[in-house]
Each structure stands twice: as C-alpha cells, then as structure tokens.
Design a protein around this ligand. Structure first.
Ligand SMILES: *Cc1c(COP(=O)(O)O)cnc(C)c1O
Length: 456
C-alpha cells in the first residue's frame, strides 16, 4: 500500500514512512492510494475478538510490517485495556453504546495512542532511529500520548500544557508519570501559546532535524488506522444481534474519530449513517447542514476535547469530496486559509447526518440517563447521545460511541445530577502519587533550548 498527500504533491510513501513523517511536505495529510474493499470478509470477521479483527484491518494498511510483528504490537497495545472486550458494547435504553474508554487514561484516544507507541518503538528499532515527540495539549491528548510513549526505547516525549488551565485530574494524569523518557512542561500561557511553540519548533528545520522531532497529533495516519477497527467491531456485533446495518454517532472535534468511520464505510462496513455530533463549537455541524465551512471563535464548554473551530482531519474528507484531486483540495485549503470560509462546489456527502447539543441539553441527557437507566455518560458522550435521540431514523439501530469515562469530568456530572457520582479508582489514586513537572515561560526559544539540553 502506498500513500499520497491530500494536496497531490510529492512521491508516494510506504506505511512506515508516513507514520514517521506525520504531515506531508506540501502541508497535506496522507491517505492510501486506494481504499481496500473487504465486503467478502465481513461474515468471517463477525466472529473475531477485537485484537484479531484489528490485525485483519490494520494489515491491509500496514503491509510493510510482517504480520507476526503486527500481531505482537496489537496484542501488547490492547493487553493494557481494563475490559476483556477492549471496546464493550452496552444496550442502554433506546440505543447502543460502545465504550472506548477502558484504556490507561480513560479516554478513547488510548485506542490509537497505545498502538502508536508500540508501532513507533518497532519502526524506530527497524530503522535504527530515535525520535523526540513534542506535543501541546489542552487535556486528553497529552495524557494519552504520555501513557502511549512512556518507557519506550528510542522515544522521548515532551508534552506542554497551559499552566493552571487543565483540570486537576488531567494535570495529575500527566505529571504523575515519572518515566525517564517523559518530560511534562507547564507553560505560562494558553493552549494556543503551547501549540504555537510546537509549530515554531517544527518550522525551524535545522532544529527539527538535529533534535529528530516527531509528532503524535490526530493527523498521524496510524491513529486513524487504529480507529477504523472499532467501527467494524461495532457494526459487526450489531449484525450478530440481527441488525443488517447501523447508524453510528460520534462526538466530534478534530474529525479524526469520525473520519475513521468514513473510511470503514468506504471499505464495506455495514454502516448506514454516520451522525456527527458537536457542542456549541459547531463548525462541522454547520458545514453538514449548509455546505459552508466557516470558522467562528472557540467557546469553552463542559466537553473541552470538542472545543475546536478548525478540524484538522477535515481535509481528508475534502480529498474524497474533490474526487481524489489534490489540486482541488490545495485550492480549497488556500482559499479557506485566506478567508476563513470554504464552500466547495459540491454538496456534503449524504452518508453524514448531523446534530448539535448545547450545554443544557448535554446536562439534561446526563441527568436523564442516570435517572432512567443508572448509566453515567461523560459530557462528550452525552453530546453524542443527545444528538442520537433527536436524529434517530427508522430502519436501523443507533450506536453512540462513548469517548471518555465519566470520572474524567466529575464536575460536569455533579452539575448535571447534583451528586458527586463519578469516580474511578485509577483517578482517585492519582491524588496520592508523587508528581514531576517543569514550569516554562511561554517562549519557543527557552523550550527549544531545554529540549536540546536533554536530547544531547
Ligand atoms: C478527542 C476527543 C473527542 C474528539 O475526537 P476527534 O477525533 O478530535 O473528533 C471527543 N471526546 C473525547 C473524550 C476526546 O478526548
């Protein structure tokens, strides 16, 4: 399998090459030259456990990794999940819920980040290389990345978060990891400042090469591949229950999760509609309603991992909307950069349904599900569930992806239910553990010098 950039320039690369590269040199994102069709494999795949299905799906994309090695990587990645099914399916009231939060940091990002950590370790060893990951986080990504990369040979991880601006639990999830290869930096600035430092360091090409910088953000192709698996797992389990097709609702921020669903559908997964759910930061909702993609200002909500105005993986969708023509995507992205607005001359893909839940609707949904079904939804999942209940159409069941454990967002649960209900022993235990963190000024040069001093 070879990979091309969404903007059409450059030579095609192998899977291992795109995993290490992250972003393409022309600024585009990588996609496979052709999408494999698996319709003839569906009936066999229905019987597989999560890990075996993962090897089947991933080996189609990671064809330059020997299958036995891939199997080892997959088994190791999902052995750390706390539920034997990895992604257990529940029936809760009128819908199905697939819980993706049983990994080490209790958010769905572990599904991809655990795989990515083991994959990096393998690929770096094969290439006798090492990598220094630099990332900025407003919460979930940082702890998932740290947990995915901790203790791995050939990898150091530098994660920046804005001082005093992540939740106490999220901060502890990062600062209590004491492995030698993990460096957690508390930057005196905002999340945007952290992200700008990352950009500045990556744009300094001599520095980037000298320090062998690597990235783990949601545009990394391997993260998408890992996420495709649970769309098949979900739809096939529902087939086992007698439903030919299913609708799947996805609480969306950067369009990474739902893009994996789009790919699964293109490969032949029995999915009818993908339902894109947003909070008040609704650029994607507005696009799928009106065909116009235009930015607003970010508004902080109780589902912070979806507080995003520009969705980095949306470009991958645009590539297919443009009939795989990189020149068109390039033109669209340039005009979007200049004007903050994009209106492609073709309608949104009808595979997608969309809905939006504001803070009150989200809180109401958390309260109702607790009262009626004794099931606690985290606020991100609740956005998806709220939208699911309002968009449900005849003819197929609806399955909502649960993207975080409620205990990660205990104050929202308390606000919704009036009770302090959401706990998890892992998170409660964090309060007792020693921490390590380094404060930094909001200055790319100081951060760069620090990284250099460690890397040398
Ligand atoms: C990251 C995240 C999302 C959004 O996922 P995208 O891939 O960015 O669309 C939703 N919920 C939770 C809990 C997250 O951590």
């Amino acid at each position: 399998m070879r990979y091309v950039s969404t903007r059409g320039d450059g030579e095609p690369l192998s899977f291992q090459q795109v995993v290490l590269a992250g972003l393409a040199r022309d600024g585009g994102l990588y996609l496979p030259e052709t999408i494999p069709s698996v319709t003839d494999k569906i009936s066999e795949w229905r019987k597989l456990r999560y890990q075996d299905l993962a090897v089947e799906v991933m080996s189609l994309f990671a064809d330059d990794i020997p299958i036995d090695e891939l199997r080892k990587i997959v088994e190791k990645s999902y052995a750390v999940f706390r539920d034997e099914a990895v992604a257990p399916l529940r029936q809760v009231g009128p819908l199905f819920i697939m819980e993706l939060f049983h990994g080490p940091t209790l958010a769905f990002k572990d599904v991809a980040m655990q795989f990515l950590g083991n994959l990096f370790e393998y690929v770096l060893a094969e290439n006798h290389a090492e990598m220094n990951i630099v990332a900025a986080t407003s919460g979930d990504t940082g702890s998932a990345a740290i947990n995915g990369m901790r203790g791995r040979k050939g990898i150091r991880t530098f994660v920046m978060f804005p001082f005093g601006r992540v939740s106490p639990v999220q901060e502890r999830q990062m600062t209590t990891v004491l492995d030698d290869n993990v460096f957690t930096l508390s930057v005196h600035g905002t999340f945007d400042d952290c992200q700008n430092i990352v950009k500045t360091l990556f744009n300094d090409l001599p520095f980037r090469d000298a320090c062998k910088l690597g990235a783990v953000n949601s545009i990394n192709w391997a993260r998408i591949v890992a996420q495709v698996v649970y769309y098949f797992y979900a739809a096939l389990q529902l087939q086992n229950l007698g439903y030919d097709q299913t609708d799947i609702t996805v609480p969306t921020g950067n369009f990474g999760n739902i893009f994996a669903g789009y790919l699964a559908k293109k490969m032949g997964a029995p999915i009818r509609h993908l339902v894109l759910a947003t909070n008040e930061n609704d650029i994607l909702y507005r696009y799928f309603q009106t065909g116009i993609y235009s930015t607003g200002t970010v508004m902080p909500t109780i589902s912070p991992s979806m507080d995003i105005q520009v969705a980095s993986n949306f470009e991958r969708y645009l590539y297919y909307l443009a009939d795989e023509d990189g020149a068109t995507v390039k033109r669209w992205m340039e005009s979007f950069r200049e004007t903050g607005k994009l209106q492609p001359d073709r309608s949104p893909d009808p595979l997608f349904r969309t809905g939006r839940a504001d803070t009150q609707q989200t809180l109401d949904t958390i309260r109702d599900f607790w009262k009626e079904y004794h099931y606690l939804l985290d606020p991100h999942t609740a956005v998806g569930v709220s939208v699911s209940l309002r968009t449900k159409e005849e003819g197929a069941p609806i399955l909502a992806l649960a993207t975080a454990h409620p205990a990660k967002f205990g104050s929202a649960i308390q606000r919704a239910t009036g009770e302090d209900l959401a706990h998890h022993p892992i998170l409660d235990a964090l309060m007792e553990l020693p921490t390590r963190v380094r404060e930094m000024p909001s200055d790319a040069r100081t951060v760069g010098e620090y990284i250099q001093s460690i890397v040398k």
